[in-house]
Design a protein around this ligand. Structure first.
Ligand code: HEC
Length: 122
């Protein structure tokens, strides 16, 4: 292999975890949001990602599209309780989240908002 290509490849491999790590910031979650965080991870994380950055099953909620001025808290409740027909993305429909309650959502949504602010989305 050409030496320059080798050096380039080695650099990319060395740096990629750093770059990947940077693209999903993790935060110290305040105590009062801890329950919201674990409920989010349990009920939403499999599709929207542990830190809300999306997976191959669902879109990032850490996205301008989902800040309060575009998707109010009510739309989070509606999405989780009734599901969402695919319209913004190509992931397919979001099914209603099994066993989710308004009480749980009252913990989840403030956590998501806090995370959106930490990600400087609004
Ligand atoms: C099985 C996968 C899956 C799970 C679990 C899931 N979602 Fe979704 N969610 C999706 C997909 C896919 C979309 C994108 C639909 C589209 O194309 O607009 C979506 C969209 C949304 C939207 C946007 C709604 C709108 O009106 O456009 C919100 C808000 C949302 N999800 C919140 C949640 C919350 C909160 C949870 C956990 C309580 C959750 N989701 C769990 C897959 C999921």
């Amino acid at each position: 292999m050409n030496f320059r290509i080798w050096v380039f490849t080695a650099l990319v491999f060395t740096l990629s975890p750093v770059i990947a790590g940077k693209s999903i910031p993790e935060f110290d979650v305040p105590f009062e949001l801890g329950l919201g965080k674990s409920l989010f991870e349990e009920n939403c994380g499999s599709c929207h990602g542990t830190w809300g950055h999306g997976t191959d099953q669902g879109p990032p909620l850490m996205h301008k599209l989902y800040v309060p001025s575009h998707h109010g808290d009510e739309s989070f409740h509606r999405a989780a309780l009734r599901g969402v027909r695919a319209h913004h993305w190509q992931f397919g429909d979001m099914p209603p989240v099994p066993g989710i309650s308004k009480r749980a959502l009252n913990k989840i949504v403030p956590y998501v908002r806090w995370l959106q602010r930490k990600n400087e989305l609004y």
